[in-house]
Design a protein around this ligand. Structure first.
Ligand SMILES: NC(=O)c1ccc[n+]([C@@H]2O[C@H](COP(=O)([O-])OP(=O)(O)OC[C@H]3O[C@@H](n4cnc5c(N)ncnc54)[C@H](O)[C@@H]3O)[C@@H](O)[C@H]2O)c1
Length: 257
């Protein structure tokens, strides 16, 4: 009986993961490569991109480092042309979303315009320009997947000084809804994965991390590989039914527990 599991393979596909030099993006890059994709590992920091691409290649899979700043679309076009050798990007995962240095959480009343512009540039404007860089070839090929990595901060108020970040992520979610309608008829879907609390924010026995875990009903934080698995589903034929959606990957988190 053919259960269709092969549809979760990505052989012959090229996937670009932005901000994949560490954290969630690195996990996504490893999963997509293990499923057969040739992965273009982007990061602002060339050394980070190289370390992740090298680890994937050492594991027997295909990857290439492609450092550029996602807020600079000319740099993106040039860097992609240099590594892709005419091949189209089939899957765009726009994961870069935390400004270099971490961004400065702040009450909005105190937030300097340069800080909130940074969030809009990285989480919304860069998403728009990265989509415009890859979309013409996706439409031409009649198949493609656009995946925005978003956050629960897009859909609820949080008392942690992330108003501009949440507003920018909400904008990116609106963008995927419209892209889904525009591009769906051409075989290209667009979706957002809104992440909850993820690993990497400290050691498991750190009281702050223990407190975070208490808020997650499944009793653990998310991992980049969880996000990669969701992306494999979105890339599959069956996952093609999902379009213009925001899917929350957060273990059912209830804040304030
Ligand atoms: N970690 C969490 O708890 C969490 C929760 C919700 C959503 N998210 C989202 O997940 C995504 C990844 O977060 P993370 O925690 O892995 O972040 P991270 O800071 O660990 O890694 C992000 C990477 O993006 C790179 N980057 C930053 N600016 C860039 C730019 N202009 N161009 C190219 N690369 C750039 C950084 O150099 C870094 O290597 C983000 O979109 C974030 O908003 C994370």
């Amino acid at each position: 009986m053919d259960l269709g599991v092969e549809q979760f393979r990505l052989d012959g596909r090229t996937a670009l993961v932005t901000g994949a030099g560490r954290g969630v993006g690195a996990g996504i890059a490893h999963v997509l490569a293990a499923a057969g994709a040739a992965v273009v590992v982007n990061d602002l920091h060339a050394d980070r991109a190289r370390v992740v691409a090298d680890a994937i290649v050492d594991g027997g899979f295909a990857a290439v480092a492609c450092p550029f700043d996602v807020t600079d679309s000319d740099a993106a076009k040039g860097a992609l042309a240099a590594v892709c050798d005419g091949r189209a990007i089939d899957v765009l995962v726009h994961n870069a979303g935390v400004p270099d240095g971490g961004g400065r959480p702040n009450r909005f009343v105190d937030m300097p315009p340069a800080d909130w512009r940074l969030q809009i540039d990285l989480n919304l404007a860069a998403m728009m320009s990265m989509v415009q860089v890859v979309l013409p070839r996706l439409l031409e090929n009649g198949w493609g997947r656009i995946i925005q990595i978003s956050s629960g901060a897009s859909s609820r108020g949080l008392p942690i000084g992330v108003a501009a970040y949440g507003a920018a992520k909400a904008g990116s979610e609106a963008l995927v809804r419209h892209l889904g309608v525009e591009c769906g008829p051409h075989g290209v879907t667009a979706n957002a994965l809104a992440l909850g609390l993820m690993e990497g924010l400290g050691r498991a026995d750190d009281p702050k991390v223990e407190k975070m875990i208490r808020q997650v009903p499944i009793g653990r934080l998310g991992r980049g590989t969880d996000v990669g698995a969701a992306i494999l589903w979105l890339c599959s034929e069956a996952g093609g039914l999902v379009n213009g959606q925001v899917i929350h990957l957060n273990g059912g988190t209830v804040f304030g527990r």
